[in-house]
Design a protein around this ligand. Structure first.
Ligand code: UDP
Ligand code: MG
Length: 324
């Protein structure tokens, strides 16, 4: 039992969260204090607020909090890099034994962290937070999410149903994640590729209590497409099969034409020609588009631009900072 307590880092990505941040800070402080008191984690554990280029007072709030309380650390990214890169920035910049990532609006029940730690005691290196239901979502979000998870599974992408980015990872899991150098991030599909012993905890997701969603439809669609195109080549394969199928159809059509011609039938109609040209142009453009999407991915990956750029850090000593 005299084992050394593990240092926990709770990472909260923050983008224009001034409205909700004060209450989030209070809740998280209470939670981590009790985890330390109950000797579940080491007293060096911290709550790391990562500012993703917010345009409101988010960074001011983070700075004030860090000045008053050593339990908090702050990371300021040089501009907006997006949710996925912000989580990564927290994990790759600070040294800890265990990392938990959770959204700053605390829609995902933070009380589950204690349960996650229990799974760690049982040997888990990755613990996924899974929503029990989607009651608090709009009908649109619920149905589109369900369809999307089905599609991903159909395309052979390994993701856990109703798991987003609320998870715990051990130091070893994070070190292994660093070996995945891709820029097109979709963490919920990359993390299952790590392997190791995993566990799941279940919770009810609540509605956002302040501020509005920072994931409007266009960002959500971009992330969704990233999930498909970065992890599955099935769309490209569909193009190939579609091409083969249409070639087969055209052979049949040629046979038919030949038959009409030899049977001295009427002149082949204009309408059928136009139909065929339209169908073929559509399929060709679609196929080119899909191939183009994948080439665009290669283009982005080839540039190897940094995933995030840290402008400033607060309450992190040299020992805690990870320099690459
Ligand atoms: N977020 C971020 N950068 C962005 C967009 C969002 O760091 O460009 C953060 C945001 O502050 C929040 C989390 O990502 O902590 C999830 O966003 P949100 O709660 O708005 O998404 P939703 O729950 O509506 O899907
Ligand atoms: Mg949210």
């Amino acid at each position: 039992m005299a084992e050394k307590l593990q240092k926990l880092l709770i990472i909260l990505p923050c983008y224009n969260e001034e409205e909700i941040l004060p209450s989030t800070i209070k809740t998280m402080k209470k939670l981590l204090t009790s985890l330390v008191k109950e000797k579940k984690v080491s007293p060096e554990s911290k709550i790391c607020l990562v500012n993703d280029g917010s345009k409101d007072k988010t960074w001011e709030i983070i700075s004030q909090t860090c000045a008053q309380d050593k339990m908090f650390a702050g990371i300021k990214l040089s501009r907006n890099f997006g949710h996925q890169s912000t989580i990564i920035a927290g994990m790759y910049s600070v040294d800890a034994d265990l990392y938990v990532t959770i959204d700053a609006d605390l829609q995902d029940n933070p009380e589950c962290i204690a349960e996650m730690l229990k799974c760690v005691e049982e040997g888990a290196e990755v613990v996924y937070g899974i929503r029990k239901s989607r009651k608090t979502d709009s009908i649109f979000k619920r149905t589109s999410a369900q369809l999307y998870y089905r599609l991903l599974n159909l395309f052979g992408v390994d993701v856990l149903y109703n798991h987003a980015d609320y998870r715990l990872m051990s130091r070893r899991a994070v070190e292994t994640l660093k070996q995945f150098p891709e820029r097109n991030l979709f963490l919920r599909a990359t993390v299952p590729l790590l392997g190791f012993k995993t566990a799941q905890v279940y919770y009810d997701r609540t509605a956002r209590t302040a501020g509005e969603t920072k994931y409007p439809l266009n960002k959500m669609l971009a992330l969704a497409w990233n999930g498909v195109s970065s992890f599955s080549i099935v769309p490209l394969r569909i193009v190939t099969f579609l091409g083969l199928f249409i070639c087969f159809l055209s052979v049949l059509f040629l046979i038919y034409l030949f038959y009409r011609y030899s049977a001295k039938g009427t002149v082949v109609g204009w309408a059928s020609l136009v139909t065929i040209i339209t169908i073929f142009s559509g399929v060709q453009l679609l196929s080119l588009g899909i191939i183009g999407e994948y080439i665009a991915k290669i283009f982005v990956e080839a540039k190897k631009r940094p995933l995030f750029i840290v402008e400033e850090t607060l309450n992190l000593d040299d020992k805690e900072k990870i320099k690459d």
